[in-house]
Design a protein around this ligand. Structure first.
Ligand code: AMP
Length: 347
């Protein structure tokens, strides 16, 4: 489809995209036409396998912009493990429908060869965001954020002036993208959107489909650990090491889940929090492996339960103090009737 043949855009949402592009040049000129007509553009970059979390970004974009473009591209540059790339879920037809349902006007689905013509030869130009991108996920997955920053920079360049919507679910990614857009002066306003969760609190993720039913049940301990950490801070804990120990303890109760990291960080620059002062923005970041699937999640301790249900049983935690001269804080979840000894396993 050429720019000249881009259909007239409907006045009302139709539930299906007006056009699906595979060529970058055609997508770019369609959006140029939109802006030339005085309309604003919202952009939602994704890797597909769309779920309600992605759709919430599209719906938010549709509520704030005249035209919404959704890109669906599994970006090989951000996968260190070829097996992970190979097994990443792909449902292109269902994705076009899901994007349209949520309010997408255009969908961009480029082939790898369209994005990176020389691939699998290394792409010579890459974007790196030093510092911010080196910690946590950056340390666990070397090269990951360079791959993310490179593809997002390319998508921003092609999409042009817009508001771009990203999920807080990938909190470090959101911070890296914000920094990159700012440092490289893209005409893009980056908008962070709240994490959408399942009923048991697990953050929706395209990777969740790879969990077995038992692993899926076990994964609910991830938001529970974050909620326990947030509660401790709300109740007055001021030592990050205590909050981190508490989150680790909650994860350790579920043998099917292997913790990678559970940390309290500054909410802006993601450096380790030194003391938990109420006037500083904080984030709890957590990464864990469930079976063969690596999951990440995070929580703003100042923002309440965030859709994570209260724990189903009363558990008391006593983290080991780092300084034995300081009092030990014992955190108790809200009292509920004592459960049967192994109720948690039966959930
Ligand atoms: P992905 O397809 O995983 O690359 O994600 C595309 C966008 O959707 C990113 O901005 C993610 O942060 C966002 N996203 C993924 N899962 C969720 C969720 N559960 N809630 C809100 N946004 C999400």
């Amino acid at each position: 489809m050429t720019a000249a043949t881009v259909p007239d855009l409907p006045d009302e949402p139709t539930g299906r995209p007006a056009a699906v592009f595979t060529l970058l040049s055609e997508y770019a000129s369609a959006l140029d036409n939109v802006r030339a007509g005085g309309r604003t553009v919202g952009f939602v970059p994704t890797m597909g396998a769309l779920h309600a979390g992605h759709q919430a970004l599209v719906a938010r974009a549709a509520s704030e912009c005249d035209v919404v473009a959704v890109s669906i591209f599994v970006n090989p540059l951000q996968f260190g493990d070829p097996d992970d790339l190979e097994r990443y879920p792909r449902y292109p037809d269902a994705d076009v429908m899901a994007a349209g349902d949520a309010g997408a006007t255009f969908v961009l689905m480029p082939e790898v060869a369209e994005m990176y013509p020389a691939f699998p030869a290394p792409v010579p130009t890459a974007v790196t965001v030093s510092g911010l991108a080196d910690r946590w996920e950056g340390a666990a997955r070397p090269g990951h954020f360079s791959g993310v920053a490179t593809v997002v920079a390319k998508l921003f360049a092609i999409t042009g002036r817009c508001r771009a919507y990203f999920g807080e679910k990938d909190y470090q990614q959101l911070a890296v993208v914000r920094r990159m857009a700012n440092d490289l002066s893209f005409p893009v306003e980056v908008v962070g959107c709240p994490t959408v969760r399942d009923d048991d609190g697990l953050a929706l993720s395209s990777r969740n489909v790879r969990l077995s039913p038992d692993e899926r049940r076990a994964a609910a301990v991830i938001p529970q650990a974050l909620a326990a950490g947030a509660r401790a801070i709300t109740e007055g804990e001021y030592r990050p090491s205590m909050v981190e120990a508490l989150m680790s303890q909650v994860i350790a109760e579920e043998p099917a889940v292997e913790l990678d990291y559970a940390v309290v960080v500054d909410g802006n620059d993601l450096t380790p929090a030194i003391a938990l002062r109420p006037d500083r923005p904080l984030r709890l970041l957590l990464a864990a492996r469930v079976g063969g699937v690596r999951l990440i999640d995070n929580l703003d301790p100042a923002a309440g339960s965030n859709g994570i249900p209260a724990p189903q049983r009363s558990v008391s935690y006593a983290a080991t103090p780092i300084n034995p001269t300081q009092p030990v804080m014992v955190h108790r979840s809200r009292p509920v009737p004592a459960p049967a000894a192994d109720q948690k396993k039966e959930k």
